[in-house]
Design a protein around this ligand. Structure first.
Ligand code: ZN
Ligand code: MN
Length: 146
């Protein structure tokens, strides 16, 4: 199952952003379920279809989507950031063996924001939360090797 690309295309059109076949292809790749690619991964995936495209072009387009509010830039403690096609606040569980990223929601974290506003008198407008561990598939592999 993939995210609905057309929904995001419509969003870009509302902002009068020009749609190119390259931008569309990047969106499609970002919409694949579970994908949180780096700019380099997007480039590797699309370079054969778009021989004139460079990593810099990909990076510019990703930043463009970010400014348009449909992509989040994430830091998972690696050298390059990862990009997430989303409009909603959600969190990530990252497998330390295979690098798989699972999205999850946890509405109780809104309570945490409210509590922190009271404690600090901040107006909180964002937070990050990620969980590291071993995914289900890798747990099975680890166990069958024992
Ligand atoms: Zn895994
Ligand atoms: Mn995500």
């Amino acid at each position: 199952m993939a995210k609905d690309v057309e929904k995001y295309v419509k969003k870009l059109k509302q902002k009068a952003i020009r749609m190119t076949s390259q931008r569309y292809a990047i969106l499609e790749y970002l919409a694949v379920d579970g994908n949180h690619p780096t700019a380099n991964e997007v480039y590797e995936y699309l370079k054969d279809d778009f021989p004139n495209m460079s990593v810099a072009t990909v990076y510019n387009n990703l930043n463009f989507f970010k400014d348009a509010g449909i992509v989040n830039e994430l830091s998972f403690g690696e050298d390059s950031s990862r990009f997430d096609l989303t409009e909603t606040q959600h969190y990530h569980a990252i497998c330390k063996y295979c690098g798989k990223v699972i999205d999850f929601n946890y509405p109780k974290l809104e309570t945490v924001e409210n509590d922190i506003e009271e404690l600090t008198n901040f107006k909180v407008d964002a937070h990050e939360f990620k969980v590291m561990g071993i995914c289900e598939d890798c747990q099975e592999k680890v166990m069958s090797n024992e």
